[in-house]
Design a protein around this ligand. Sequence first.
Ligand SMILES: Cc1cc2nc3c(=O)[nH]c(=O)nc-3n(C[C@H](O)[C@H](O)[C@H](O)COP(=O)(O)OP(=O)(O)OC[C@H]3O[C@@H](n4cnc5c(N)ncnc54)[C@H](O)[C@@H]3O)c2cc1C
Length: 308
Amino acid sequence: MLEFTEEQKLIRQSVAEFAQKKIAPIALSMEEKKEIPQDVIKGMGELGLLACTADPAYGGSGLDAVTAGVIAEELAKADCTGSTCVFYLVQAAWGFLLNKYGTEEAKKEIFPNVVKGDWFLGIATTESGAGSDVVGGRTMIKKDGDDFIVNGEKMYISGVREAVTHGGGHVTIAHQTADLGSRGMTVFYLPLTADGITPTYIADLGREGISCGGFSIDNVKIPKHYIIGEENKGFYIIHEGYEYARALIAVICAAAGLKSLENGMNYVKERKVFGRPLAKFQEINFRLAEHYTRLEMLKRLGYEALEA
Ligand SMILES: Cc1cc2nc3c(=O)[nH]c(=O)nc-3n(C[C@H](O)[C@H](O)[C@H](O)COP(=O)(O)OP(=O)(O)OC[C@H]3O[C@@H](n4cnc5c(N)ncnc54)[C@H](O)[C@@H]3O)c2cc1C
């Protein structure tokens, strides 16, 4: 059974205070306005939550995965829409990858802008014809002297508008040696403000505070220092990011579910049918207990994965 440290408990408390005060009251209006207000983003930056896994040398908080999970859990309790949670988690997970495999030059350039909330750091691997099957993607990266040229498209990507409007970019994967399949893919940072990027946007149902869209990539030139990790080893590198992100998503989904269940529990105590509160009917309690057990198990599994 996972025990949280004193430091993690303190971080939980300060994130909970911030999230309940600044995010919970505007969760619905973020859906309507389709954006996370800048003061919330800046506040997250001031608390050290953005790309919190980056080393302090680049302005990050240098947090471990379990602590990143604690933050995700508190954000999810305040924002069941998931907008701020996704905004947070992609930067934590893909910041982890950039921090681990990125070049010194790229980290010094990108992280100081991301941790303050000026730039957005996302992930762009999905294409219109390739999701779980990463190798099925058609985007290509080619050496061009000291630089690289990228061509292709990405689709169903979170935070496109944020990176196009405010700056930043996405950790991206493409084929470099196409005939080698999974052994010929390379991961790199793609700034969405670069010439040759044309964004498109998708109208979502829910989680609308953060944008979802895609972009075409037409002869975009990137410098060598944007390559993340070894060339042609990208397939393996990207899966470390997926594992990190999926564990955080598990904690977020479970925490949002538990918060919804808590709201339901309050309701069944108040709502009366046939002369007594719903909570007095045994079957209702059995079901609530069953849901609670499953959600707690999911949350703990998420933490176990983060700890591993
Ligand atoms: C709101 C939203 C935001 C997103 N944000 C991002 C983002 O920021 N960055 C990003 O890169 N992507 C993002 N995605 C894409 C998301 O990660 C993809 O949906 C995911 O990769 C799955 O791909 P897919 O939907 O194309 O399904 P596919 O992977 O193409 O799967 C198609 C079908 O095949 C089945 N299938 C998959 N694998 C197997 C298997 N091994 N065996 C048998 N059946 C299988 C699936 O169950 C499904 O029914 C986002 C998607 C949404 C909806």
